[in-house]
Design a binder for this molecule. Structure first.
Ligand code: SAM
Ligand code: SF4
Length: 328
């Protein structure tokens, strides 16, 4: 079992397999001028499999594949098949933008993916184009429909943004009426890959909840252990919805996750700096025991919460990377 210096059990890895993406969601990365990681700096699939296997020996039980867009990386299918065989791994999940995902559903079902998070910020084609800077709403919506029929749990991620998609909040709630889907409303964070520290008219969790409660009678659901979302259900609806206070950071006390970026940086907090680089360690000939002791040491110096992690970055280095380079 892995524990950090604050007594939190760590059993969840978010693995960003690429920083590349076919969309350009404005809250995640700039339109152009992005410095993608050179391919030779990315962790290879062999390196990723080795790290995941060693981490699972230490107590990682759940892995979420993310990015960038996982399905733009060549060879991802065989990697996922191999990864799903990792001894000790109990849960494999994927976060995707849905544009190339429809023909991967069978594969995900075959290898036992438990849950897919589909990012969909709006149900309106024009707004989708404005937010993602790409005209791919139809593909993503088709993926949504296919995922609903699949054997996997489906969650929709919607970043809530003033002047962008507030009018989508109620239609998103309506998706939960007949379908066993969970819609998660996410506070916008400053990880947009620019110096811009985010939207001044940002919607915090309370504002999102008040907005929903002004229209719907809802009940609170029990949140799973270490959940980042506060979960609710509209009376009589089949699905549920959650709010993720990603910027307010009210869930750090039970945080059970670490992140590995596409180039192998270990992030023990989304808001912190990379703690160390596993790619360099592997390429310098580290043994599995070296990997284990390095991870344990890094967890021994983990920030108490996202505010402390951010403070440790220093004022000259504010959190501003693209979410795609960290792994959302
Ligand atoms: N490309 C995949 C996708 O979009 O689902 C996976 C990677 S994406 C970085 C993972 C999640 O991070 C998405 O649900 C996205 O909406 C969210 N995200 C990206 N930038 C964000 C930001 N600045 N604030 C809040 N959520 C963000
Ligand atoms: Fe791509 Fe996902 Fe970032 Fe959108 S949120 S630009 S889909 S990585």
């Amino acid at each position: 079992m892995l524990y950090d210096n604050h007594g939190r059990k760590i059993d969840y890895l978010r693995l960003a397999v690429t920083d590349r993406c076919n969309l350009r969601c404005f809250y995640c990365m700039p339109h152009e001028g992005i410095d993608f990681v050179p391919r030779s700096d990315l962790l290879t699939y062999e390196e990723l499999l080795r790290l995941c296997s060693v981490f699972s020996e230490l107590g990682i039980r759940k892995i979420r594949i993310t990015g960038g867009e996982p399905f733009v990386r060549k060879g991802i299918d065989s990697f996922l098949r191999e990864l799903s065989k990792t001894p000790g791994l109990e849960e494999l999940n994927i976060t995707t933008n849905g544009s190339f995902t429809a023909n991967k559903i069978k594969l995900m079902e075959e290898i036992g993916v438990k849950s897919v998070n589909l990012s969909l910020d709006t149900l309106n084609r024009e707004r989708f184009k404005e937010i993602t800077r790409r005209d791919l709403f139809d593909q993503v919506h088709k993926t949504y429909e296919l995922l609903l029929k699949s054997s996997m749990n489906l969650k929709i991620n919607m970043v809530v943004m003033q002047d962008r998609n507030i009018e989508d909040i109620y239609p998103m709630i309506e998706l939960t009426k007949e379908n066993k889907v969970s819609v998660r409303f996410i506070e916008e964070m400053p990880f947009n890959g620019t110096a811009d520290q985010g939207n001044e008219s940002f919607w915090p969790m309370k504002k999102i909840l008040d907005h929903i409660q002004s229209e719907y009678a809802i009940k609170k659901l029990t949140d799973p252990t270490s959940s980042t979302s506060y979960n609710y259900q509209v009376d009589g609806y089949r699905g549920s919805f959650g709010i993720i206070a990603a910027f307010t950071r009210s869930f750090c006390g039970s945080c059970n996750r670490i992140r590995l970026t596409p180039k192998g940086d270990l992030r023990t907090c989304l808001y912190g700096k990379g703690a160390l680089n596993f790619r360099d360690l592997l390429r310098a000939g580290a043994s599995n025991e070296d990997i284990k002791s390095t991870l344990i040491q890094a967890l021994g110096k983990r920030a108490k919460d996202g505010f402390e992690a951010e403070k440790n970055r220093g004022i000259l280095n504010p959190a501003s990377e693209s979410m795609a380079t960290i792994g959302g």
